[in-house]
Design a protein around this ligand. Structure first.
Ligand SMILES: [Zn+2]
Ligand SMILES: [Zn+2]
Length: 268
């Protein structure tokens, strides 16, 4: 078992330690570093760079602060789905950093399984309905915005929530938002666990060419032929799996053709 340091303030350890253990890593949390200074979900500090950059920064910091070879960083993002923009969408990234080999291996999962939501309420009844819809108190709820007279992330039950909401309502309509910090959001914890399982799988896959760990960096190949006219479409037909240590790659075919409904020529 090799030690790996996880930089987190939000008790993500329980979600990642099982899967990482299967890959031979024992996870320890590095505390005392304010990860919120790297950016937060509640808008107090804006995040810089991409989500993968943010996870990688945390993984490298974890290795640096622990003095260990391996570091782990987690970063989530939430917003409208990338296809229709109409449903809430979550994306989790886990970055694994090997300081000796200077290798970064990332895993990402995404999907609609998130309770990411906001609303503005005029009275306590609407607030109570929203709280029940998002799974409060098992899921945390944030009352107000940073800088407002009431900005509270710590209500543990309906009674405490009502006190804060009534107080905030004295100065007008109140914004409510699901708390996306992992320790206050069991749905997110489950997604982080799935991401850790994916990372663990990848850490256990060795490159068929150089035997290095972490084989499986995937990129999609578009151009699946239309089943009717045979012209290439924008649909994905295969994926390329690559070793980032030696560059060896394998192509995996996914489909032979796609329906004419996806063809720009047959169905413009
Ligand atoms: Zn066609
Ligand atoms: Zn290789």
């Amino acid at each position: 078992m090799q030690a790996i340091a996880l930089l987190t303030q939000h008790s993500k350890q329980s979600a990642v330690e099982g899967p990482l253990q299967e890959a031979g890593f024992s996870v320890s949390t590095i505390s005392g570093f304010d990860t919120d200074s790297l950016g937060t979900f509640t808008g107090t500090v804006a995040r810089k760079g991409t989500q993968v950059d943010a996870a990688a920064t945390k993984a490298k910091l974890a290795a640096e602060l622990s003095g260990w070879r391996f570091g782990l960083g987690s970063e989530g993002s939430f917003g409208p789905d990338p296809y229709t923009g109409m449903i809430a969408w979550g994306r989790e990234v886990l970055a694994f950093w090997d300081d000796t080999a200077q290798r970064l291996i990332c895993a990402a999962v995404q999907g609609p399984e998130t309770n990411y939501r906001q609303t503005t309420v005029q009275d306590w009844k609407d607030a109570a309905d929203f709280a029940s819809a998002i799974g409060f108190p098992a899921h945390g709820l944030i009352v107000g915005k940073p800088g407002e007279s009431v900005f509270d992330k710590d209500c543990k039950d309906l009674t405490a929530l009502e006190v804060q909401v009534q107080l905030a309502l004295q100065s007008g309509p109140v914004e409510l938002e699901t708390d996306m910090r992992a320790h206050r959001n069991p749905t997110r914890m489950r997604m982080i666990r799935r991401c850790a399982e994916l990372l663990s799988q990848r850490l256990r896959s060795n490159c068929p060419d150089c035997a290095s760990y972490g084989f499986g960096e995937e990129s999609p190949i578009a151009g699946a032929p239309c089943e009717s006219c045979g012209l290439p479409t924008h649909a994905i037909m295969a994926k390329n799996i690559r070793c980032d240590a030696c560059g060896h790659s394998q192509r995996v075919d996914l489909v032979q053709s796609v329906p004419a409904s996806r063809c720009n020529y047959c169905n413009p």
